[in-house]
Design a protein around this ligand. Structure first.
Ligand code: HPA
Length: 268
């Protein structure tokens, strides 16, 4: 596994003339437009990167973008891999491993999610303060000791300093923020009403089908993480989840997220 990760990183390094990104960004469903903020220097299609899986979900482009954002070198995943697509967890998290070897010093993750906290509204941004993992753990299997410990600590999984910085930026930019716990399930079904109530009862504020695997792997390697959920539907309301609606709401709230990410990268 480690050899594969190194091989892919070496391939990308060569293709991007040792661009060496300082920060990684993962763009969730409907949030791919954020890539327009980046002064793109190199863009690699996932299908052209040896070792990379290929994204299959509508609304997810499959590109790795290298460029400048507020003068900082960033790498952005336009489209991510989900467990529900049938990939192994090692495949889902492979790009994060590769980004670490490329040199990233922090990871920004985003997703679309269903609000469980009844004070949340569609279109809200939720800063992820913690998560509950209801998927298979991506670190199951032999430990890649060169990259991190067998039993990684998950305290402060979402970097407190980055959260504080986001709070200050949001106040300055007048962006309304929510804060909460992200519950990561496998999908691809949206939750039943009973499951949303269960997620709420165990301490969740938003439900989604991504993010947790990538964050666990990033923390395994000691990378500070900042995560944002765009609330695209309210789970405990009577309305059903709908993928098109999720994409549309993602795009709308994505503009607020773009300001936040841009300002945060500026402050790195
Ligand atoms: N549940 C799980 N994933 C989601 C949801 C949801 O309600 N909305 C967007 N992604």
């Amino acid at each position: 596994m480690l050899e594969e990760i190194k091989k892919t990183a070496a391939f990308i390094d060569a293709r991007t003339q040792q661009f060496r990104p300082e920060a990684g960004i993962i763009l969730g469903t409907g949030l791919g437009d954020f890539a327009e903020q980046i002064d793109v220097k190199y863009a690699l299609e996932y299908k052209d990167i040896p070792g990379f899986p290929v994204s299959t979900v509508e609304g997810h482009k499959g590109r790795l973008i290298f460029g400048l954002l507020e003068g900082r070198r960033v790498v952005a995943m336009q489209g991510r891999f989900h467990y529900y697509e049938g990939y192994a967890m090692t495949q889902v998290t492979f790009p994060v491993r590769v980004m670490k070897l490329l040199g990233i010093g922090c990871l920004f993750v985003s997703n679309a999610s269903g609000g469980i906290n009844t004070s949340f509204r569609v279109g809200d941004l939720m800063i992820i303060t913690d998560h509950i993992n209801l998927m298979p753990n991506p670190l199951i299997g032999p430990n890649l000791a060169e990259l991190g410990p067998r039993f990684p600590d998950m305290h402060n999984c979402y970097d407190r300093e980055l959260i504080a910085r986001a709070t200050a930026i949001a106040e300055r930019e007048r962006i309304k923020l929510q804060y909460g716990v992200y519950v990561g399930g496998t999908g691809p079904t949206f939750e039943t009403q009973a499951e949303y109530r269960y997620f709420k009862a165990i301490g969740g504020d938003a439900a989604g089908m991504s993010t947790v695997p990538e964050v666990i792997v990033a923390r395994h390697m000691g990378i500070p993480v900042f995560g944002v959920s765009v609330i695209t539907n309210c789970g405990l309301s009577d309305e059903a989840g709908d993928h098109e609606d999720v994409q549309r709401q993602g795009r709308k709230a994505g503009q607020k997220m773009a300001v936040l990410f841009r300002e945060m990268v500026k402050g790195l």
